[in-house]
Design a protein around this ligand. Structure first.
Ligand code: MN
Length: 248
């Protein structure tokens, strides 16, 4: 098995090192990761300036671009092989519920899926520095073997969230659906030293609706959450209703 690893926390992130160590135990691995943190860049692709890659060590490259750029460059240029699997992570912080659309970690897995390569995004559920990247990386390595053996459904990748617990305290993985955020005031509105207003997004506590069967429900009870995601955002249930509008 040959695996491309990337992330959105940057090539020097501890979650990436943990993933490289664990996945190297079960596969041949090449890392292509952003040269700095690229969290919350979503599925951004760099088109308006050239990209540079640095060969950091034998099987590790950094790119001055986004996670999606890294998957693109890795597969189309830097790797000498087409990987059997792409793993993105281990991200510092959960990627559950509505937040997955912001996530560079998840977008890298999505990009691989667009290229027809099976992919897994892995995140550690922490609001701090994260203590148990190794346990999450070990989960990812085990899941990689299962995906390699069984394959994934078409156009589908796995979004995995692992509670920040020691391996022996993690509860069994649950297959989940994407949860829902409870949006509340998350903007800080202040005045800068030159008297101008500034705004800073994202200071509220993580708050999700506690719906059984969802990713958030699982991780908040100590379970590893595995959510199958796909690229088609169509709301099929609403198609018939909208056809009834007879829009002209
Ligand atoms: Mn991140």
């Amino acid at each position: 098995m040959r695996i491309l690893i990337t992330n959105d926390d940057g090539v020097h992130a501890p979650g990436l090192a943990a993933l490289l160590k664990r996945v190297s135990e079960v596969a041949e691995v090449v890392v292509v990761a952003p040269d700095r943190e690229q969290s919350a860049v979503g599925h951004a692709l760099t088109l308006h300036h050239p990209l540079r890659a640095a060969h950091i060590s034998q099987n590790v490259f950094s790119v001055d671009g986004t996670p999606t750029d890294c998957v693109n460059l890795g597969i189309h240029s830097l790797l000498s092989f087409r990987p059997d699997l792409v793993i993105s992570g281990v991200n510092r912080g959960a990627n559950v519920g509505d937040d997955v659309t912001y996530s560079g970690t998840v977008a890298a897995a999505l990009e691989a899926t667009l290229m027809g390569i099976p992919a897994i995004a892995v995140s550690l559920v922490t609001q701090g520095a994260g203590d148990n990247f190794d346990a999450a990386a070990a989960c990812a390595a085990r899941l990689a073997l299962t995906v390699f053996e069984k394959g994934l459904p078409p156009d589908t990748f796995l979004n995995v969230n692992v509670p920040d617990l020691a391996a022996e305290h993690l509860k069994a993985p649950l297959i989940t659906s994407q949860g829902k955020r409870s949006y509340e005031g998350t903007i800080v509105d202040k005045v800068d030293p030159r008297g101008r207003n500034y705004y800073w997004i994202g200071t509220a506590d993580l708050s999700f609706r506690d719906i059984p069967g969802t990713d958030f429900h699982a991780v908040s009870r100590g379970h590893v959450s595995i959510t199958p995601l796909h690229i088609d955002l169509t709301n099929y249930a609403s198609i018939e209703m909208l056809k009834g509008w007879q829009v002209r």
